[in-house]
Write a protein that binds this ligand. Sequence first.
Ligand SMILES: Cc1cc2nc3c(=O)[nH]c(=O)nc-3n(C[C@H](O)[C@H](O)[C@H](O)COP(=O)(O)O)c2cc1C
Length: 165
Amino acid sequence: MTAEPAREARIALVSYHHKNTEKIAHAIAEVLNARIVAPKDVGPDDARPGDLIGFGSGIYGAKHHQNVLDLVDRLSQSTGARAFIFSTFGAPKFLVTPTFIKKNHDAIREKLLSKGFTIVGEFGCAGWNTNSFLRYTKGLNRGRPNPEDLDRARAFARSLTRSDP
Ligand SMILES: Cc1cc2nc3c(=O)[nH]c(=O)nc-3n(C[C@H](O)[C@H](O)[C@H](O)COP(=O)(O)O)c2cc1C
C-alpha cells in the first residue's frame, strides 16, 4: 500500500488596501512552499486532517476581511487540520499594546477553533494605512511591511515547520 502524498500548505489571503498582507503571505509561502489562494477557491471539504492552512488579511474594523471570516464559516468540521493566522494592521505604534494583534485575531480564532482546527501560530505586523482621511497625508506605517518584517515573517514560518506532526 502506498502512503498518500503530503498535501502542500495553503494560504487563504485577502489583501487589497496596499497589498501589505500579500507581501507577508509571499514571505511565509516561500518558506512553507505554500500555495496562496483566494477564499473563494477553497472548498468546504478542503481542510483535512494533517493539512496546514494559513488565514491572512489586513485588519479592517479590528478583524480579518469578511471574505476570510466567511470562508471559515463555509468550511466543514476540520478536526485534525492545523491553521495559522496572520494579518497586517494600520494602527499607529502608540496603540499597539502587547495584546493588540491577538485581539484583532479573536474573531477568526474563535471560528477556527469552533471548526476543530488546531491553531499552530499567529503573526501580525504593521502595514501602510491610508484609509479614510489618512489618504490626504502620507498615511500611517509608511514603508511597512519592511525587510525586517519580512524576515520576522520567514522566521514565523520556520517555527511552523517545527510543529509538523
Ligand atoms: C476600510 C479599512 C478599515 C481598516 N480598519 C483598521 C482597523 O480597524 N485597525 C487597524 O489597525 N487598521 C485598519 N486598517 C488598516 C489596514 O489594516 C492596513 O493598512 C493593512 O495593512 C491593509 O492590508 P492590505 O494592504 O493587505 O489590504 C483599515 C484599512 C481599511 C482600508
